[in-house]
Structures are given as C-alpha cells and as structure tokens.
Design a binder for this molecule. Structure first.
Ligand code: M1P
Length: 232
C-alpha cells in the first residue's frame, strides 16, 4: 500500500497560516483509508492551529520538530531532547547583531522538542514583515549562509532552511530523513524545500541514495499540492 508523506508549511498550508478551508475539506476526505504521514519542523501546537485537530488526529502519524517528536492519533510515541550549546548560541547572537536585516521583532530562539528554531527577524514579526524578510532572504541567502556556517563550525549539529523566516537546528542526523526509518516503500513525498539546504532535502536525498521505491512531488505552494492530489 502506498505511503504518503507531506511537509506542511508551503506544501499543505502557506507558511504559518491556516490551510485553505476548501482544501481542508478535500484533504480530510482524501486521507481516508490511506497511509498518510505529516513531517514538519514545526511543533504540535502550530501544526494543529494550521491544519486543524481533525486532520492531525486522522493521519497515520504526525512527525513534529523534523521527526524529533512523534505522535500517533494523539498519543506521544517518541521524543528526542536537544539544546543548543552555549558557543552556538553566542555565535547566533552575533549573527543577530551583525545581520544586514536591521528590523528585529523578538522571539529569535524558539526551543522545541529536539530542535531549536532560529530567526533573524524574530518570530514575533507581522505577516507583512515576514513576507518582506522572505523576499529579502531569497536575494541575500542569509539563512543558507547561517546554516552552512553552523555546520562548518559545529560538526555535530545540523541546520536547514524551512518556511519563510527561520532555520531549524538539531543534532546531526536529527533531520526529516529519520522518518524513513519507520515508513516503508512505496513512498510519495510532497515538499516545497527539496533543494540542498532545505529541510525537505534529507528525505529526497535518502530516498534516492537508498534506491527506495518512491515519487517526489516538489511543489511551489499548497495549491499545486491540491491540484496534484486531485489527479491521484
Ligand atoms: O517547517 C519549517 C518551519 O516552517 C515555518 O517556518 P517559518 O516560520 O520560517 O515560515 C514554521 O512553521 C516553523 O515553525 C517551522 O520550523
């Protein structure tokens, strides 16, 4: 039986925003009698806020914090601990002070289970500032540069770009690809950040490297996911 894996931000919903209500109705029906897994860098509370408790409880498994916390039908089944080392925190604080993006809104470090989410603009920014930073970062590649520097300086730590304004930081190997340890083939994977450096990349890379039976759907936005699902 096919196993369907979905990223959330940028794939099922716009980043940090609720799912389109019509897509929500469609998706609720579509997942019935299918093996469906959600894999996001985000935490349980934000995920439920965006896709609703009904979908979250109906899927086969929900992997939060890039798979560092796992939920099955509302039951917690696994979690890993992770806290950033003091030296990395100092390094990121310096990045925050020296960034060419000058507007800061607070909540720059968000501790999650098994993951720390870091944002130069700060998670307290408005939707408008979020969009502005996203466009600025696309031209300036600040987040990619921060991730690469973290991995050069701290070989036991991994960092990846997810969503619009932040990066996810976790123990080396604590990336989204860990979900493949307990999901069997064949697999269809839907994600918007499958390029190197993106937080969906480790899943795509491992499926290819291990010659697993799979199909990758690299989408630009939730509407594209919806269109693809109408054809499946
Ligand atoms: O899934 C990765 C990230 O997606 C969103 O990121 P941002 O806020 O940068 O758009 C958020 O859901 C974030 O929590 C998550 O880690």
């Amino acid at each position: 039986m096919m196993n369907y894996i979905f990223d959330i931000d940028g794939t099922l919903t716009p980043s940090r925003l609720p799912i389109n209500p019509d897509f929500e109705i469609f998706f609720k029906n579509w997942i019935k009698n299918k093996n469906v897994y959600l894999v996001t860098g985000s935490d349980k509370e934000k995920t439920i806020e965006q896709i609703g408790l009904d979908i979250w409880n109906s899927v086969t498994r929900a992997y939060q914090s890039c798979g560092n916390q796992v939920w099955e039908k509302g039951q917690l089944i696994k979690e890993n601990a992770f806290h950033i080392p003091v030296k990395l925190r100092q390094h990121l604080t310096t990045k925050l002070e020296n960034s060419l993006w000058k507007e800061k809104f607070g909540n720059h470090f968000e501790q999650r289970v098994g993951l720390v989410n870091f944002s130069i603009i700060g998670r307290n920014c408005t939707q408008q500032k979020r969009e502005e930073y996203w466009k600025w970062d696309e031209k300036n590649s600040e987040r990619i540069e921060i991730c690469n520097t973290i991995m050069d300086l701290f070989p036991n730590i991994e960092a990846s770009v997810g969503g619009q304004i932040s990066i996810d930081i976790y123990q080396k190997g604590g990336n989204k690809a860990q979900v493949l340890n307990d999901i069997s083939d064949p697999i269809c994977f839907f994600g918007d950040k499958m390029e190197a450096g993106g937080n969906d990349y480790p899943i795509a890379e491992r499926l290819i490297a291990e010659k697993r039976e799979h199909t990758l759907f690299k989408v630009k936005n939730p509407n594209e996911t919806w269109d693809l699902l109408k054809k499946i």
